[in-house]
Ligand binder design. Structure first.
Ligand code: ADP
Ligand code: MG
Length: 322
């Protein structure tokens, strides 16, 4: 129902940056190789995402904003097997309930279609442009909820969070080119050529990338690959440690602590390294369903993984110092 949609919307899309995150995940899941993000007034006025992905078949259009109509899972067990970023069929329904949404999309086997939703209601469906991919625009976010006022008061904070979301998504997907434009200013552009070090350079600058040291480790369960940056240019903030699991950006205190420990005595007090690390594993070893935003995860072989990561960083640092 419309009321239920509005209630659960708060869990999935609590702020403009979480809307951006959900939309980016959809573009990635649709195999996009180029994603452009246009933001006006920190997303409160407009969020537009243009991708060159698979598109949506015109017959699926009207279902997009119905909760769980598109859910890819049928049981709890499936959650552990999930490879795609989205799986609950909840994001668009939630966004549709609290904003005005226009989608222009074309699937290779369908007709180009334009769809407009307002407050969860289908307002219009008409032929769209002949262009492969999806172009989605969210306007007047939270127009029908009290949350709106809260975010209008903190537009600057919210822009920072949006930049953060796009950066982290770009680092977890070096094969995808991302462009972010905030109020007509380009804030980010990654080449998407698959080279993680170049992606790091696109995001943190050439100087950081030049000092990046490669991290590599593997055992029967995990494969770790990425880069860490030596102490001179470290930040006093944990947020520069980017960790992804099967290309899904995650937050995990123990893992970021393992990176820090790997630096051993090389790290000045209260400083944190820059790190971009992806860990590949059987999805069975990770539970991503701890929180609706899918960012907190639990590992079933946590000790082993922490150890592997800490040692990988330690090894590379030792080689660097020698
Ligand atoms: P979920 O991602 O959990 O399946 P969403 O509500 O985020 O649920 O999206 C619903 C569905 O809409 C997706 O499963 C996908 O089929 C389709 N979709 C959404 N965005 C895009 C996109 N950019 N390109 C192609 N398909 C999309
Ligand atoms: Mg999704």
């Amino acid at each position: 129902s419309a009321i239920q949609n509005k209630i659960s919307a708060g869990e999935v899309v609590e702020r403009p940056s979480s809307v951006v995150k959900e939309l980016l995940e959809n573009s990635i899941d649709a195999n996009a190789t180029e994603i452009e993000v246009f933001i006006e007034e920190s997303g409160m006025k407009k969020i537009r995402i243009v991708d060159d992905g698979d598109g949506i078949h015109h017959t699926d259009g009207p279902l997009l904003f119905q909760r769980h109509a598109t859910s890819k899972i049928s049981s709890d067990y499936d959650l552990f097997q999930i490879r795609s970023l989205g799986f609950r069929g909840e994001a668009l329904a939630s966004i549709g309930a609290v904003a005005k949404v226009s989608v222009e999309t074309k699937h290779h086997s369908g007709d180009p279609v334009f769809i407009r939703f307002e407050g969860g209601e289908l307002m219009r469906q008409s032929p769209g442009k002949e262009r492969q991919g999806t172009d989605i625009t969210i306007t007047d976010l939270f127009f029908n909820t009290p949350a709106r006022l809260k975010y209008i008061r903190s537009l600057k904070t919210e822009s920072g969070k949006i930049i953060d979301v796009v950066q982290k998504m770009a680092m977890a997907h070096p094969k995808v080119s991302f462009r972010l434009v905030l109020d007509d200013q380009q804030r980010l552009m990654t080449k998407g050529n698959g080279n993680l070090k170049e992606t790091m350079s696109d995001i943190y600058g050439l100087n950081v990338a030049r000092n990046a040291v490669e991290i590599q480790a593997q055992d029967a369960d995990f494969r770790i690959h990425g880069f860490v940056v030596r102490p001179e240019i470290n930040r006093s903030n944990r947020n520069y440690m980017n960790i992804s699991v099967n290309q899904r950006h995650i937050k995990n205190f123990a893992l970021s602590q393992s990176i820090v420990k790997g630096f051993h005595t090389l790290l000045p007090k209260d400083k944190y390294p820059i790190a971009v690390i992806d860990i590949e594993m059987d999805p069975k070893l990770v539970d991503v369903n701890v929180h609706p935003a899918k960012i907190e995860v639990k590992f079933s072989k946590e000790r082993e993984l922490n150890h592997l990561l800490e040692n990988a960083v330690l090894e590379s640092m030792r080689k660097e110092v020698l």
